[in-house]
Design a binder for this molecule. Structure first.
Ligand code: HEC
Ligand code: HEC
Length: 296
């Protein structure tokens, strides 16, 4: 069979049988602990901010994600302020926790880019507490950032992605071991989503099983809509073997690369990361398998 016809048939079949981008949700027994709201704000900026924080309105009222490949459709990160209709006001704390750990929203919609199955209890509690707090950046906003419309190919891609099962056991944050903390951050800040081979071959449950883990090459778009490939961050000469920790920290928190060029969009800036945290990520990246991949 002609390859094009095969692809077309696959698309049509999936559309006809209904893509599995809707799931049954389960009610979980989630109790908010006495969480640190200030830490929650920092973490929400770090983990959710690159998509949901709007720098013009200075709140979490969402925006269009320009870097998503056009063939997936138009993707808008939602308004997640407390507005009941336009924002995430209807979400209960339990539903928020469920969404973050499974990638499945309260109405059963799968949103895989948000899936953080291994997030520690204390970080999850802090983010949920912050989203429900009185901070101006999460107070009800009537802004409508736009509605996500996946293309047939985007829906097809999503139908291959699986939502997760909620992990109800207690997950501890590895605070005292820099390498494990670095691994935790690469996982939860989703560095590996962009810096591995492709979005379609990620393993969000066990990030290091993703194809070309941290070896770069994933195709994204910059602010001008031009194709941009992510750099290789593994300890290889074609990656970050010769980077110092200070150079690494400057790139991640200030957006200036080793050669003094500007690190451009869609690489998020992470000014909220502490020196201990960038040091931990740097230490972890030294321990992962080097990949020979020269990215142009
Ligand atoms: C990579 C970008 C990205 C990140 C990071 C991200 N989100 Fe989202 N989020 C989206 C997009 C895109 C949508 C809209 C999806 C849609 O309409 O299908 C969304 C939708 C939502 C919604 C609305 C869901 C619904 O039922 O309509 C909530 C709530 C939410 N995100 C919370 C969060 C929280 C909390 C975090 C951080 C822990 C987070 N998101 C991180 C991209 C992201
Ligand atoms: C949304 C996708 C995305 C995410 C998430 C992301 N990056 Fe990047 N990153 C990029 C892109 C694209 C570039 C290249 C930018 C350029 O060429 O100017 C880049 C560049 C970099 C650079 C500079 C490398 C060089 O050779 O100049 C470093 C260091 C880096 N990222 C580290 C990280 C770390 C650590 C994380 C997680 C905390 C992370 N990135 C998360 C997309 C991403």
């Amino acid at each position: 069979m002609d390859l094009k016809i095969g692809t077309l048939l696959a698309v049509v079949t999936v559309l006809a049988t209904g893509c599995r981008i809707h799931y049954k949700t389960e009610k979980i027994d989630y109790k908010t602990a006495s969480a640190d709201v200030g830490e929650g704000k920092r973490l929400t900026m770090l983990v959710c901010g690159s998509c949901h924080y709007n720098f013009e309105t200075k709140d979490f009222s969402g925006k269009q994600l320009e870097d998503s490949p056009k063939f997936l459709g138009k993707i808008y990160a939602a308004n997640i302020t407390q507005h009941p209709g336009l924002g995430a006001g209807k979400y209960t704390p339990g539903e928020l926790a469920y969404l973050v750990r499974t990638g499945i929203g309260r109405t059963g919609r799968l949103m895989p880019y948000m899936h953080r199955p291994n997030m520690a209890d204390e970080d999850l509690d802090a983010i949920v507490a912050y989203l429900k707090s009185g901070d101006p950046a999460v107070r009800p906003s009537e802004r409508n950032p736009g509605k996500t419309m996946y293309s047939p190919i985007g829906r097809l891609g999503l139908s291959f992605t699986k939502g997760g099962k909620y992990r109800g056991d207690s997950i501890q944050k590895p605070k005292n071991d820099p390498v494990l903390l670095g691994k935790y951050l690469v996982d939860n800040l989703a560095c590996f989503h962009c810096h591995s081979k492709s979005f379609t071959s990620l393993d969000v449950q066990t990030p290091e099983r993703s194809k070309g883990f941290m070896g770069g090459g994933n195709k994204l778009r910059d602010a001008a809509g031009k194709k941009i490939r992510t750099p290789n961050l593994t300890p290889h000469a074609t990656g970050m073997l010769n980077w110092t920790e200070a150079e690494f920290r400057r790139a991640v928190t200030e957006g200036i690369s080793k050669d003094n060029s500007v690190v451009s969009y869609p690489m998020p800036l992470y000014p909220e990361l502490t020196a201990a945290e960038t040091s931990a990520i740097y230490a972890y990246l030294k321990t992962i398998p080097p990949i020979d991949n020269k990215v142009k």
